[in-house]
Design a protein around this ligand. Structure first.
Ligand code: DAT
Length: 174
């Protein structure tokens, strides 16, 4: 599928609160790539089995989601914004960015979002255990997975710069 793509597909994953949406939006503003916020897509197109009150999240119907995304992703140029990456077929994706945040900073961000305590705790533990990073490394080739710190605005700036450079190189090579 990658031969047909004029633009690459990028996944930005990481524990909630690490800065995926902020990074995806800024990259979409700075490039011709399009931000695909999976949370929004799942909700708007009812690609779920229902809402989980305890975890305050939709229970994603992955088959429906993949069917919905296939045509869009085939064109290339998607920045997929979702906390996990292992449900996406490897051949769809050119770069997997895993955002990482210091757990005390993450805690503050999630508190700021008014998440219930059990959800803050669970996400914080997942970040400490580097669950998203391990999943990404298991699901994708190691050359495709990049771990990026996302503790501060200057991290955000350097992450944007790094992706812009990667994108230019990808375009030259394809
Ligand atoms: P996510 O999409 O991973 O859930 P977000 O982009 O909504 O995260 O960001 C969560 C909050 O943290 C939001 O208030 C912006 C802030 N934030 C994100 N990345 C940051 C960074 N690198 N430095 C400082 N604040 C950041």
């Amino acid at each position: 599928m990658s031969e047909a793509r004029k633009l690459p597909n990028i996944i930005i994953c990481g524990t909630p609160g690490t800065g995926k949406t902020t990074l995806a939006e800024q990259l979409a503003d700075a490039t011709e790539l399009e931000h695909v916020n999976i949370g929004t897509v799942v909700k708007e197109h009812s690609l779920h089995f229902g809402y989980d009150e305890k975890w305050q999240t939709y229970d994603v119907d992955e088959d429906k989601l993949m069917d919905y995304l296939e045509e869009r992703v085939k064109q290339g140029g998607c920045i997929i914004d979702w906390h996990t990456c292992d449900m996406f077929p490897e051949e769809w994706i050119d770069l997997v960015l895993v955002l990482r945040t210091d757990h005390s900073k993450l805690w503050e961000r999630l508190e700021g979002r008014k998440y219930p305590l059990h959800k803050i705790q669970e996400n914080n533990e997942a970040e400490i255990m580097q669950v998203c990073l391990d999943e990404a490394r298991e699901a994708f080739d190691e050359n495709v997975v990049i771990e990026l710190p996302s503790d501060s605005p200057s991290d955000m700036d350097s992450n944007i710069e790094r992706v812009l450079q990667w994108l230019e190189a990808w375009k030259k090579n394809h």
